[in-house]
Design a protein around this ligand. Sequence first.
Ligand code: PLP
Length: 390
Amino acid sequence: MKLAKRVSQLSSSPTMVVAAEAARLKAEGKPIIDFSVGEPDFHTPENIKAKGHDAIAKNFTKYPPAGGINDLREAVALKYKTQYGVDYSMAEVAISCGAKHTLFNLAFVLFEEGDEVLLPVPYWVTFPEQVKLVGATPVEVLTHEKDNFILRAAALQEKVTSRTKAIIVNSPNNPTGAVIPRDEMARIVDFAVANNLWIIFDECYEYFVFDGNVHTSLPSFADKARHLSIIVNTASKTYAMTGWRIGYLVAPKPVVKAVNDVQSHSANAATISQKAAVESILGAQDSVRAMIAEYEQRRKYVVGKLNSIPGLTCANPGGAFYAFPNVSSFFKGNIQNSIDFCSALLRQAGVAVVPGSAFGQEGHVRISFATSMENLRTGLDRMESALPKM
Ligand code: PLP
């Protein structure tokens, strides 16, 4: 039995080795502290859940339109109008089953064999795989630790060829927390316009910005780049709605139409989840503010503690809910790379973190602080005791 060639090119995630080992130890009843999950530990706010219940009670349980229900598409358009003063119509919005699905649809409708897609490193693990799945080639663009992993237009310029079709930009960034400053975003947009490239802008962590960093979104450059701008967003992170599976894009109408056509023959988001997501955007935002304040506190603690452990250095993440410390000083003997480091940390400290190589960046690991302060204290104390012996 043969599978399609495109599947054989999919990399099985290097995170799986450590994740499988962590799952095994947990199943054995070992008290593993898990910093590997990129999912809010909060529950979905009550006002949003209530709208989900309401949707069921009112029998909003039939097939939704392929591109999403009108109220949600209008709510998304209104959000971008309110935040950036740019008029979008619901014909420029498509709703999908989470941003991962949105991004997959985009890869499917935009890329084909021979296309190159500029992908800043470190990247969220799914980006390169989706590009490869549709036969296109991800082209890595380096960012640097000493520059807080900020994507620079000059680095994009070095990798552009006549085959380049798009750039994937993620700010605030998973895994580094890097927030691209406004002046650099302006240069990136100018670069895309000059080279006629799609800008796929993943802003799933848009509200999680700290320390006076300001998130700059693409509509800010609508006057020159609207025809190339594709904004990707999700209810998952901001509203702790990972399981509801609601993501969306804001893009030129032909892109939206193509995505809707694909969805009409594949999958689209559940009606009930869409009704709840309308409330997430239009309803009270105090629970979001409370979650952000909590992340901010955790981030301060985590970064401070990591930097106090000999051998570790950690840049201050400007946003998102991840720290990305450099662990390369521990690479000796049996530990030669970030996967070895994560395996040893799991065995010796019972702490699960994600190897940097999963994100294309050796020498680092990703620690999610989307977990309780209690877990963070216990896990980091364990690391502090275990690392000198590793
Ligand atoms: N984009 C980035 C950068 C992410 O980190 C994630 C989730 O980890 C997603 C997209 C996918 O989010 P969703 O739950 O909406 O599929």
